[in-house]
Design a binder for this molecule. Structure first.
Ligand code: NAD
Ligand code: UFG
Length: 340
């Protein structure tokens, strides 16, 4: 069935891939984005890929009047809420900006949704809410921990707000999606991750070294209790992640309450395994140096994805090799991201 979906942060990395998947599935999409960390070019590319356009509204989730006007104008069935700030280091420097954008912004959005009687919501959370994991793999019934930075705490706070909201008003149907490490790009090479400045995350950093924009990768520590001493994460292809949102949207259409799903592959790879998989896929050498651990990093983290498989009929389909090839295609054809 065709639905009208409001996608906050839909011009961003994960939002643009999900907007594409929604349009391809025949839904009407309204994107609200203040372009704080994205470019409208991403949505033009989405249109080039699928021949359909999302309606774009430039603005902020903290702007209640704007939200009210969107809910009045379009008959929205559900909201996919990606908008927010996400740089861990920056969140330590500017905690108030993170609490204001992520937490206060979400509160304004949820108020506007309730006022418009729109109770279907998919929220972008993160595996960071598990803190230092006590067991591996991480399933949804593992207790949440203490995130090590304001960004992570903002995600946990929003999750708690959503639980309170659902207790106060049973009509809310909420999917909390805890992403593991999103990577990769659409296979067209037209959309992908376009980090501002020097990337914080591993794969964008590797691919910028490979394309010659950065000299060498710093590997943050080789003395963790892992397969080769470097940090292990569960990398998930962004197109699989986008598909998870469509499945979650279908599930909450019939199920009220708050539902938490991990979106990961269930397989962890170390930093050095990622470097060598990238080198193999791209056919280039990635110089690196081992440097001290990065503050706040954990040794390893990967998902138990069984709950999403059973309840959503979702599982990641793309291999590590797909992630590497797609990242490289995107990086090579767009060395400067969306600004050509
Ligand atoms: P992104 O920065 O590419 O996308 C976020 C989008 O939100 C951007 O287009 C930005 O311009 C917009 N935005 C920010 N503040 C806004 C505001 N106040 N009003 C309107 N728009 C605003 O990030 P992403 O990687 O696509 O992440 C999407 C969501 O997923 C975020 O909530 C992020 O915290 C979460 N998440 C991301 C990762 C990851 O590693 N990429 C991991 C776990 C969770
Ligand atoms: N790493 C390096 N060098 C780099 C960048 C990263 O060695 O230049 C290592 C890290 O130490 C870690 C691994 O590569 O072992 C992955 O690091 P990322 O920064 O790519 O990802 P994180 O797991 O640290 O963080 C990601 C998201 C956060 C989210 C967190 C937990 O970026 O938003 O997962 O879900 F909070």
């Amino acid at each position: 069935m065709k639905h009208s979906i409001l996608v906050t942060g839909g011009a961003g990395y994960i939002g643009s891939h999900t907007t594409l998947a929604l349009l391809e599935a025949g839904h009407e999409v309204i994107v609200l984005d203040n372009l704080a960390n994205s470019s409208l070019e991403s949505l033009r590319r989405v249109e080039r890929i699928c021949g359909k356009a999302a309606t774009f509204v430039e603005g902020d989730i903290r702007d209640r009047a704007l939200l009210d006007s969107i809910f009045a104008r379009y008959s929205i069935d559900a909201v996919l809420h990606f908008a927010g700030l996400k740089a861990v280091g920056e969140s330590v420097q500017q905690p108030l900006a993170y609490y204001e954008n992520n937490v206060s912004g979400s509160v304004v959005l949820f108020q506007a949704m309730a006022a418009a009687s729109v109770f279907n919501l998919v929220f972008s959370s993160s595996a960071t809410v598990y803190g230092e994991p006590k067991q591996m793999p991480i399933s949804e019934d593992c207790p949440t921990g203490t995130p090590t930075n304001p960004y992570g705490r903002s995600k946990l706070m929003i999750e708690e707000i959503l639980r309170d909201l659902s207790l106060s008003e049973p009509r809310w149907s909420i999917a909390v999606l805890r992403y593991f490490n999103p990577v990769g790009a659409h296979s067209s090479g037209l959309i992908g991750e376009d980090p501002n400045g020097i990337p914080n995350n591993l794969l964008p950093y590797i691919s910028q070294v490979a394309v010659g924009k950065l000299q060498k990768l710093s590997v943050y520590g080789d003395d963790y209790p892992t397969v080769d001493g470097t940090g292990v994460r569960d990398y998930i292809h962004v197109v699989d992640l986008a598909d998870g949102h469509l499945k979650a949207l279908a599930a909450i259409a019939t199920e009220q309450g708050v539902h938490v799903w991990n979106l990961g592959t269930g397989q962890g790879y170390s930093v050095l395994q990622m470097v060598s998989a990238f080198e193999q896929a791209a056919g280039v050498t990635v110089p690196y140096a081992i440097v001290p651990r990065r503050g706040g990093d954990i040794a390893e983290c990967w998902a138990d994805p069984k709950k999403a498989a059973h309840e959503l009929g979702w599982q990641a389909k793309h291999s590590l090799d797909d992630m590497m090839h797609d990242t490289w295609r995107w990086q090579q054809s767009n060395p400067n991201g969306f600004s050509q």
